[in-house]
Ligand binder design. Structure first.
Ligand code: R5P
Length: 303
């Protein structure tokens, strides 16, 4: 591949892993914050295909810098600027749940589509929208799945009588995709969200977990409220051990401590978001997606 990866400082590790895999250069995007809170962004020299690498957790502070970096890369001669955002924030507000609310998914999606030629992300939380292409209209949109990566991780050290539990209907595609190659039994809960951190949950068939280990599977751990309630129910139903595996983990130290306190003995996630639960690199999945995308974008290389 002839391209350069430009990673922001906080994503330097995963960005370099991806660059090593693709055997291309990785350069760090320099950001200087002025006393008034504005950012000065400086990018290094680039190949004509520039891959900007930044996850969009804490998106409010990151989005403007992304736009500035994309513009600077074009000024330095990039013919195509691809955003690799392993975690794509603002996907859950996909409708106005109450009058007057912004539909953040649409607003942020259109903003990204206006500044990038392609977007590559991992397990975006698309619920009422069928494809990522609808979120970022008019550009190449690639959503890859971490399910195989997570299954590979579980294959190494998970007892054969383990039951995989998806806490809610939205988790069904992930839990089924992870379970399929391993042959584990699956249960899927029914969830009602009562507040930012509070959910009510029921798991039909939960009696099956008595005397067996359980792994909770979800695309995203945010406040941890969903896993907390689910773990309560599973413990009460007699599960012998409870672990959790997710593509993305946004939970902070305090929320992770609450999850440990309710008996979740281990939480593992991919490196789409930095943190103490990171157990496996997503670079191979992203690398394969970029290789496929490159062949589609090939013709831009000639000036
Ligand atoms: C929601 O449908 C997602 O799949 C996750 O279950 C949810 O975002 C987790 O959020 P929290 O950790 O705050 O309960």
């Amino acid at each position: 591949m002839i391209a350069t990866i430009h990673g922001f400082e906080e994503a330097a590790g995963p960005a370099r892993r991806l660059a090593d895999l693709l055997q291309i250069d990785c350069r760090i995007v320099e950001v200087r914050r002025f006393p008034d809170g504005e950012s000065l962004v400086r990018v290094a020299a680039t190949e004509r295909m520039a891959i900007l690498y930044r996850s969009l957790d804490r998106p409010n502070e990151k989005l403007v810098e992304l736009m500035l970096a994309a513009a600077a890369l074009r000024d330095r001669g990039a013919g195509r600027v691809i955003l690799v955002a392993p975690y794509l924030g603002y996907m859950r507000q996909d409708m106005a749940f109450h009058p007057g609310e912004a539909v953040s998914q649409q607003v942020v999606g259109k903003l990204l589509a206006a500044h990038f030629d392609a977007l590559v992300t991992v397990d975006p939380h698309l619920h009422r929208v069928a494809t990522l292409a609808e979120v970022v209209p008019g550009i190449d949109a690639v959503a890859v799945s971490a399910a195989e990566t997570l299954a590979g991780m579980l294959r190494a050290d998970t007892a054969p009588d383990t039951i995989l539990v998806g806490p809610d209907m939205e988790s069904r595609p992930w839990v089924e995709a992870v379970a399929a190659p391993l042959g584990f039994r699956v249960l899927v809960g029914e969830k009602q969200r009562l507040g930012d951190r509070q959910v009510e949950l029921a798991v039909p068939g939960i009696e099956a977990v008595r005397g067996r280990p359980v792994v909770l599977i979800d695309d995203l751990i945010s406040s941890g409220g969903t896993l907390l309630r689910c773990a309560d129910l599973l413990r009460a139903a007699g599960a012998t051990r409870i672990e959790a595996v997710a593509t993305h983990c946004l939970a902070g130290t305090e929320d992770l401590a609450h999850l440990a306190a309710v008996g979740i003995t281990r939480i593992r996630s991919t490196d789409t978001i930095a943190g103490p639960t990171v157990s496996i690199a997503i670079a191979p999945v992203l690398g394969a997606a970029l290789a496929r995308l490159e062949s589609r974008l090939y013709d831009f290389r000639q000036p």
